[in-house]
Design a protein around this ligand. Structure first.
Ligand SMILES: NC(=O)C1=CN([C@@H]2O[C@H](COP(=O)(O)OP(=O)(O)OC[C@H]3O[C@@H](n4cnc5c(N)ncnc54)[C@H](OP(=O)(O)O)[C@@H]3O)[C@@H](O)[C@H]2O)C=CC1
Ligand SMILES: Nc1nc(=O)c2c([nH]1)NC[C@@H]1CN(c3ccc(C(=O)N[C@@H](CCC(=O)O)C(=O)O)cc3)C=[N+]21
Ligand SMILES: [Mg+2]
Length: 300
Protein backbone atom coordinates (compact mmCIF):
# COMPACT_ATOMS: atom_id res chain seq x y z
CA UNK A 1 0.00 0.00 0.00
CA UNK A 2 1.23 3.48 -0.74
CA UNK A 3 -0.14 6.80 0.43
CA UNK A 4 -2.27 9.19 -1.56
CA UNK A 5 -0.13 12.21 -2.46
CA UNK A 6 -1.88 15.44 -1.50
CA UNK A 7 -1.08 17.80 -4.36
CA UNK A 8 -0.63 21.20 -2.70
CA UNK A 9 0.51 22.79 -5.93
CA UNK A 10 -2.70 21.86 -7.74
CA UNK A 11 -4.86 22.70 -4.71
CA UNK A 12 -3.18 26.12 -4.46
CA UNK A 13 -3.97 26.77 -8.12
CA UNK A 14 -7.69 26.19 -7.44
CA UNK A 15 -7.56 28.53 -4.41
CA UNK A 16 -5.89 31.23 -6.53
CA UNK A 17 -8.55 30.77 -9.25
CA UNK A 18 -11.27 31.34 -6.67
CA UNK A 19 -9.46 34.40 -5.37
CA UNK A 20 -9.02 35.74 -8.91
CA UNK A 21 -12.75 35.35 -9.57
CA UNK A 22 -13.63 37.38 -6.48
CA UNK A 23 -11.01 40.02 -7.32
CA UNK A 24 -12.52 40.45 -10.80
CA UNK A 25 -15.98 40.85 -9.26
CA UNK A 26 -14.73 43.41 -6.70
CA UNK A 27 -13.24 45.49 -9.51
CA UNK A 28 -16.32 45.13 -11.69
CA UNK A 29 -19.02 45.80 -9.15
CA UNK A 30 -17.24 48.08 -6.68
CA UNK A 31 -14.20 49.53 -8.46
CA UNK A 32 -11.95 48.12 -5.73
CA UNK A 33 -8.59 46.40 -6.33
CA UNK A 34 -7.17 44.52 -3.32
CA UNK A 35 -3.56 45.43 -2.57
CA UNK A 36 -0.81 43.52 -0.75
CA UNK A 37 2.33 45.19 0.60
CA UNK A 38 5.35 42.97 1.32
CA UNK A 39 8.22 44.38 3.35
CA UNK A 40 11.63 42.73 3.14
CA UNK A 41 14.47 43.93 5.35
CA UNK A 42 17.91 42.76 4.22
CA UNK A 43 19.16 40.48 1.50
CA UNK A 44 18.38 36.95 2.70
CA UNK A 45 18.38 35.02 -0.61
CA UNK A 46 15.66 32.53 0.43
CA UNK A 47 13.40 35.40 1.51
CA UNK A 48 13.99 37.16 -1.80
CA UNK A 49 12.76 34.07 -3.64
CA UNK A 50 9.53 33.98 -1.59
CA UNK A 51 8.96 37.71 -1.99
CA UNK A 52 9.39 37.44 -5.75
CA UNK A 53 6.94 34.55 -6.12
CA UNK A 54 4.44 36.27 -3.79
CA UNK A 55 4.62 39.43 -5.91
CA UNK A 56 4.18 37.48 -9.14
CA UNK A 57 1.17 35.50 -7.91
CA UNK A 58 -0.40 38.62 -6.37
CA UNK A 59 -0.42 40.29 -9.78
CA UNK A 60 -1.64 37.09 -11.49
CA UNK A 61 -4.83 37.05 -9.40
CA UNK A 62 -5.44 40.71 -10.32
CA UNK A 63 -4.33 42.38 -7.10
CA UNK A 64 -1.92 45.26 -6.63
CA UNK A 65 1.50 44.26 -5.29
CA UNK A 66 3.63 46.77 -3.40
CA UNK A 67 7.17 45.62 -2.59
CA UNK A 68 9.32 47.48 -0.08
CA UNK A 69 12.95 46.36 0.09
CA UNK A 70 14.88 47.96 2.91
CA UNK A 71 18.58 47.75 3.74
CA UNK A 72 19.65 45.20 6.34
CA UNK A 73 20.71 48.02 8.67
CA UNK A 74 17.36 49.88 8.52
CA UNK A 75 16.48 51.37 11.91
CA UNK A 76 13.44 50.27 13.86
CA UNK A 77 12.16 53.84 13.68
CA UNK A 78 12.27 53.86 9.85
CA UNK A 79 10.62 50.44 9.61
CA UNK A 80 7.84 51.54 12.00
CA UNK A 81 7.37 54.72 9.94
CA UNK A 82 6.88 52.61 6.79
CA UNK A 83 4.37 50.37 8.57
CA UNK A 84 2.48 53.45 9.76
CA UNK A 85 2.34 54.73 6.18
CA UNK A 86 1.02 51.36 4.93
CA UNK A 87 -1.51 51.19 7.78
CA UNK A 88 -2.93 54.52 6.58
CA UNK A 89 -2.81 53.76 2.84
CA UNK A 90 -6.33 52.89 1.59
CA UNK A 91 -4.82 51.09 -1.45
CA UNK A 92 -3.11 48.60 0.89
CA UNK A 93 -5.40 45.92 2.36
CA UNK A 94 -2.72 43.48 3.48
CA UNK A 95 0.73 43.98 5.00
CA UNK A 96 3.34 41.23 5.34
CA UNK A 97 6.71 41.82 6.98
CA UNK A 98 8.97 38.96 5.93
CA UNK A 99 10.49 37.09 8.90
CA UNK A 100 13.02 36.61 10.35
CA UNK A 101 14.07 40.25 10.74
CA UNK A 102 17.71 41.23 11.26
CA UNK A 103 18.74 40.82 14.90
CA UNK A 104 18.69 44.52 15.85
CA UNK A 105 14.94 44.73 15.13
CA UNK A 106 12.35 43.66 17.70
CA UNK A 107 10.02 41.32 15.79
CA UNK A 108 7.18 41.46 18.33
CA UNK A 109 7.22 45.26 18.33
CA UNK A 110 7.24 45.44 14.54
CA UNK A 111 4.48 42.85 14.03
CA UNK A 112 2.26 44.46 16.64
CA UNK A 113 2.62 47.84 14.88
CA UNK A 114 0.69 46.46 11.89
CA UNK A 115 -3.02 47.37 11.79
CA UNK A 116 -4.59 44.01 12.86
CA UNK A 117 -7.20 44.28 10.09
CA UNK A 118 -4.32 44.39 7.54
CA UNK A 119 -2.24 41.70 9.28
CA UNK A 120 -2.58 39.03 6.57
CA UNK A 121 0.02 36.83 8.33
CA UNK A 122 -2.24 36.68 11.41
CA UNK A 123 0.75 37.25 13.72
CA UNK A 124 -0.49 40.39 15.55
CA UNK A 125 -1.33 39.65 19.21
CA UNK A 126 -4.93 40.67 18.70
CA UNK A 127 -5.35 38.17 15.84
CA UNK A 128 -3.64 35.49 17.93
CA UNK A 129 -6.08 36.23 20.76
CA UNK A 130 -9.10 36.22 18.47
CA UNK A 131 -8.07 32.85 16.98
CA UNK A 132 -7.45 31.41 20.44
CA UNK A 133 -10.91 32.43 21.60
CA UNK A 134 -12.66 31.25 18.45
CA UNK A 135 -13.49 34.71 17.14
CA UNK A 136 -13.22 36.01 13.58
CA UNK A 137 -9.56 36.89 12.88
CA UNK A 138 -6.82 36.84 10.30
CA UNK A 139 -5.57 33.23 10.27
CA UNK A 140 -1.83 32.49 9.69
CA UNK A 141 -1.32 31.37 6.08
CA UNK A 142 0.70 28.17 6.53
CA UNK A 143 -1.62 26.59 9.13
CA UNK A 144 -4.65 27.74 7.11
CA UNK A 145 -3.27 26.02 4.02
CA UNK A 146 -2.66 22.83 6.03
CA UNK A 147 -6.22 22.96 7.41
CA UNK A 148 -7.70 23.37 3.93
CA UNK A 149 -5.86 20.27 2.69
CA UNK A 150 -6.88 18.27 5.77
CA UNK A 151 -10.54 19.26 5.46
CA UNK A 152 -10.49 18.45 1.77
CA UNK A 153 -9.01 15.01 2.42
CA UNK A 154 -11.02 14.00 5.51
CA UNK A 155 -14.24 15.96 5.30
CA UNK A 156 -14.69 16.16 9.08
CA UNK A 157 -11.67 16.17 11.41
CA UNK A 158 -13.85 15.73 14.49
CA UNK A 159 -12.41 13.36 17.10
CA UNK A 160 -9.20 12.60 15.23
CA UNK A 161 -5.91 12.47 17.16
CA UNK A 162 -3.61 15.18 15.81
CA UNK A 163 0.05 15.66 16.71
CA UNK A 164 1.75 18.91 15.75
CA UNK A 165 5.54 18.72 16.00
CA UNK A 166 6.83 22.26 16.62
CA UNK A 167 5.48 25.07 18.79
CA UNK A 168 6.47 28.24 16.93
CA UNK A 169 4.15 31.24 16.88
CA UNK A 170 4.03 31.19 13.09
CA UNK A 171 3.24 27.49 12.46
CA UNK A 172 2.95 25.07 15.39
CA UNK A 173 0.79 27.02 17.83
CA UNK A 174 -1.74 28.43 15.34
CA UNK A 175 -1.92 24.99 13.65
CA UNK A 176 -2.84 23.43 16.98
CA UNK A 177 -5.54 26.10 17.52
CA UNK A 178 -7.10 25.41 14.12
CA UNK A 179 -7.11 21.64 14.68
CA UNK A 180 -8.70 22.17 18.09
CA UNK A 181 -11.29 24.40 16.41
CA UNK A 182 -12.14 21.47 14.14
CA UNK A 183 -12.50 19.22 17.21
CA UNK A 184 -9.32 17.18 16.92
CA UNK A 185 -7.66 15.90 20.08
CA UNK A 186 -4.45 17.89 19.79
CA UNK A 187 -0.96 17.18 21.11
CA UNK A 188 1.83 19.73 20.58
CA UNK A 189 5.30 18.18 20.61
CA UNK A 190 8.61 20.05 20.72
CA UNK A 191 12.30 19.60 21.46
CA UNK A 192 11.66 18.59 25.10
CA UNK A 193 8.94 16.04 24.31
CA UNK A 194 9.64 12.60 25.82
CA UNK A 195 9.28 9.55 23.57
CA UNK A 196 8.47 11.57 20.44
CA UNK A 197 8.24 8.43 18.23
CA UNK A 198 5.52 6.99 20.50
CA UNK A 199 3.65 10.30 20.61
CA UNK A 200 3.67 10.48 16.80
CA UNK A 201 2.59 6.82 16.49
CA UNK A 202 -0.73 7.66 18.19
CA UNK A 203 -1.66 10.28 15.61
CA UNK A 204 -4.27 10.08 12.87
CA UNK A 205 -2.90 13.43 11.67
CA UNK A 206 0.78 14.40 11.89
CA UNK A 207 1.84 17.98 11.13
CA UNK A 208 5.64 18.28 11.09
CA UNK A 209 6.93 21.87 11.50
CA UNK A 210 10.39 21.47 12.96
CA UNK A 211 12.98 22.59 10.43
CA UNK A 212 15.08 19.42 10.61
CA UNK A 213 15.60 17.63 7.34
CA UNK A 214 13.83 14.23 7.18
CA UNK A 215 13.61 13.95 10.98
CA UNK A 216 10.39 11.91 11.00
CA UNK A 217 10.91 8.39 9.58
CA UNK A 218 8.14 6.18 8.24
CA UNK A 219 8.24 3.87 11.25
CA UNK A 220 6.94 6.70 13.49
CA UNK A 221 3.80 6.94 11.37
CA UNK A 222 0.64 5.04 12.26
CA UNK A 223 -0.47 3.05 9.21
CA UNK A 224 -3.06 5.05 7.29
CA UNK A 225 -2.34 8.37 9.04
CA UNK A 226 -2.36 11.70 7.19
CA UNK A 227 1.02 13.43 7.15
CA UNK A 228 1.39 17.18 6.51
CA UNK A 229 5.03 18.16 6.00
CA UNK A 230 5.62 21.88 6.62
CA UNK A 231 9.41 21.70 6.69
CA UNK A 232 11.45 23.45 4.01
CA UNK A 233 15.08 22.32 4.28
CA UNK A 234 17.70 22.87 1.63
CA UNK A 235 20.26 20.05 1.68
CA UNK A 236 23.17 19.00 -0.48
CA UNK A 237 22.08 16.72 -3.27
CA UNK A 238 25.14 14.51 -3.45
CA UNK A 239 23.65 12.19 -6.00
CA UNK A 240 23.14 15.17 -8.30
CA UNK A 241 26.72 16.31 -8.20
CA UNK A 242 28.83 18.89 -6.44
CA UNK A 243 27.37 22.22 -5.40
CA UNK A 244 23.73 21.33 -6.07
CA UNK A 245 21.06 21.49 -3.38
CA UNK A 246 17.54 20.15 -3.13
CA UNK A 247 14.53 20.82 -0.92
CA UNK A 248 13.36 18.22 1.58
CA UNK A 249 10.75 18.31 4.29
CA UNK A 250 10.85 17.35 7.96
CA UNK A 251 9.48 13.91 7.03
CA UNK A 252 11.45 11.11 5.39
CA UNK A 253 9.16 10.96 2.39
CA UNK A 254 10.32 7.65 0.87
CA UNK A 255 9.68 5.63 4.04
CA UNK A 256 6.59 7.58 5.18
CA UNK A 257 4.80 7.26 1.84
CA UNK A 258 4.76 3.46 2.33
CA UNK A 259 2.91 3.69 5.67
CA UNK A 260 0.78 6.83 5.58
CA UNK A 261 -2.73 7.03 4.15
CA UNK A 262 -1.98 10.44 2.64
CA UNK A 263 1.04 12.73 2.59
CA UNK A 264 2.09 16.14 1.28
CA UNK A 265 5.32 16.29 -0.75
CA UNK A 266 8.11 18.89 -0.44
CA UNK A 267 8.23 20.83 -2.69
CA UNK A 268 4.67 21.03 -4.01
CA UNK A 269 2.77 20.61 -0.74
CA UNK A 270 2.35 23.18 2.01
CA UNK A 271 4.56 25.89 0.42
CA UNK A 272 2.30 26.77 -2.54
CA UNK A 273 -0.76 26.65 -0.24
CA UNK A 274 0.89 29.22 2.04
CA UNK A 275 1.12 31.76 -0.76
CA UNK A 276 -2.41 30.98 -2.00
CA UNK A 277 -3.73 31.56 1.54
CA UNK A 278 -1.84 34.85 1.75
CA UNK A 279 -3.77 36.00 -1.33
CA UNK A 280 -7.01 34.67 0.16
CA UNK A 281 -6.34 36.60 3.38
CA UNK A 282 -5.66 39.79 1.40
CA UNK A 283 -9.00 39.36 -0.35
CA UNK A 284 -10.74 38.72 2.97
CA UNK A 285 -9.11 41.81 4.52
CA UNK A 286 -10.19 43.92 1.54
CA UNK A 287 -13.81 42.72 1.77
CA UNK A 288 -13.93 43.39 5.52
CA UNK A 289 -12.36 46.85 5.09
CA UNK A 290 -15.07 47.77 2.60
CA UNK A 291 -17.99 46.27 4.52
CA UNK A 292 -18.57 43.65 1.82
CA UNK A 293 -19.57 40.02 2.35
CA UNK A 294 -16.40 37.96 2.48
CA UNK A 295 -16.08 34.94 0.19
CA UNK A 296 -16.81 31.51 1.65
CA UNK A 297 -14.34 28.63 1.89
CA UNK A 298 -11.27 30.86 1.85
CA UNK A 299 -10.81 31.21 5.61
CA UNK A 300 -11.04 28.95 8.66
N1 LIG B 1 5.94 25.66 3.83
C1 LIG B 1 5.79 26.86 4.36
O1 LIG B 1 5.01 27.65 3.88
C2 LIG B 1 6.55 27.23 5.57
C3 LIG B 1 7.56 26.40 6.00
N2 LIG B 1 8.24 26.67 7.12
C4 LIG B 1 9.24 25.68 7.53
O2 LIG B 1 8.72 24.92 8.62
C5 LIG B 1 9.74 24.57 9.52
C6 LIG B 1 9.42 25.08 10.91
O3 LIG B 1 9.36 26.48 10.88
P1 LIG B 1 9.17 27.34 12.22
O4 LIG B 1 7.96 26.90 12.94
O5 LIG B 1 9.30 28.75 11.84
O6 LIG B 1 10.49 26.88 13.01
P2 LIG B 1 11.05 27.25 14.47
O7 LIG B 1 12.49 27.01 14.40
O8 LIG B 1 10.53 28.57 14.90
O9 LIG B 1 10.38 26.13 15.40
C7 LIG B 1 10.79 24.80 15.33
C8 LIG B 1 10.07 23.98 16.39
O10 LIG B 1 10.51 22.63 16.27
C9 LIG B 1 10.88 22.16 17.55
N3 LIG B 1 11.99 21.20 17.47
C10 LIG B 1 13.29 21.43 17.16
N4 LIG B 1 14.00 20.31 17.20
C11 LIG B 1 13.15 19.32 17.57
C12 LIG B 1 13.30 17.94 17.82
N5 LIG B 1 14.46 17.34 17.68
N6 LIG B 1 12.21 17.25 18.21
C13 LIG B 1 11.02 17.86 18.33
N7 LIG B 1 10.80 19.16 18.11
C14 LIG B 1 11.87 19.89 17.74
C15 LIG B 1 11.30 23.37 18.34
O11 LIG B 1 11.13 23.07 19.72
P3 LIG B 1 11.48 24.13 20.90
O12 LIG B 1 10.35 25.12 20.89
O13 LIG B 1 11.50 23.29 22.11
O14 LIG B 1 12.79 24.75 20.54
C16 LIG B 1 10.34 24.43 17.80
O15 LIG B 1 9.15 24.45 18.55
C17 LIG B 1 11.02 25.12 8.90
O16 LIG B 1 11.59 24.11 8.10
C18 LIG B 1 10.53 26.25 8.04
O17 LIG B 1 11.40 26.54 6.97
C19 LIG B 1 7.93 27.74 7.91
C20 LIG B 1 6.95 28.60 7.54
C21 LIG B 1 6.21 28.45 6.30
N1 LIG C 1 6.03 37.08 7.56
C1 LIG C 1 6.29 35.89 7.01
N2 LIG C 1 5.27 35.12 6.55
C2 LIG C 1 5.51 33.91 5.97
O1 LIG C 1 4.57 33.19 5.57
C3 LIG C 1 6.87 33.46 5.84
C4 LIG C 1 7.89 34.30 6.33
N3 LIG C 1 7.58 35.49 6.91
N4 LIG C 1 9.17 33.92 6.25
C5 LIG C 1 9.56 32.70 5.57
C6 LIG C 1 8.48 31.63 5.64
C7 LIG C 1 8.63 30.54 4.62
N5 LIG C 1 7.49 30.67 3.73
C8 LIG C 1 7.31 29.93 2.57
C9 LIG C 1 6.38 30.28 1.62
C10 LIG C 1 6.26 29.59 0.42
C11 LIG C 1 7.09 28.51 0.16
C12 LIG C 1 6.97 27.80 -1.14
O2 LIG C 1 6.24 28.21 -2.04
N6 LIG C 1 7.72 26.69 -1.36
C13 LIG C 1 7.75 25.91 -2.58
C14 LIG C 1 9.14 25.75 -3.11
C15 LIG C 1 9.98 26.99 -3.12
C16 LIG C 1 11.43 26.74 -3.53
O3 LIG C 1 11.67 25.99 -4.46
O4 LIG C 1 12.30 27.33 -2.85
C17 LIG C 1 7.23 24.50 -2.29
O5 LIG C 1 7.30 24.08 -1.13
O6 LIG C 1 6.79 23.86 -3.23
C18 LIG C 1 7.99 28.13 1.11
C19 LIG C 1 8.09 28.82 2.32
C20 LIG C 1 6.71 31.68 4.17
N7 LIG C 1 7.20 32.26 5.25
MG1 LIG D 1 15.10 39.50 15.24
Amino acid sequence: MTAQIIDGKAFAATVREKVAGHVARLKDEHGITPGLAVVLVGEDPASQVYVRSKGKQTVEVGMNSFEHKLDADTSEKDLLALIDKLNNDPQVHGILVQLPLPGHLNEDLVINAIDPSKDVDGFHISNVGLLGTGQKSMVPCTPLGCLMMLRDHHGSLSGLDAVVIGRSNIVGKPMAQLLLGDSCTVTIAHSRTKDLPDVVRRADIVVAAVGRAEMVPGDWIKPGATVIDVGINRIDALEKGEGKTRLVGDVQFDSAVKVAGAITPVPGGVGPMTIACLLANTLTACCRANGLVEPEGLTA
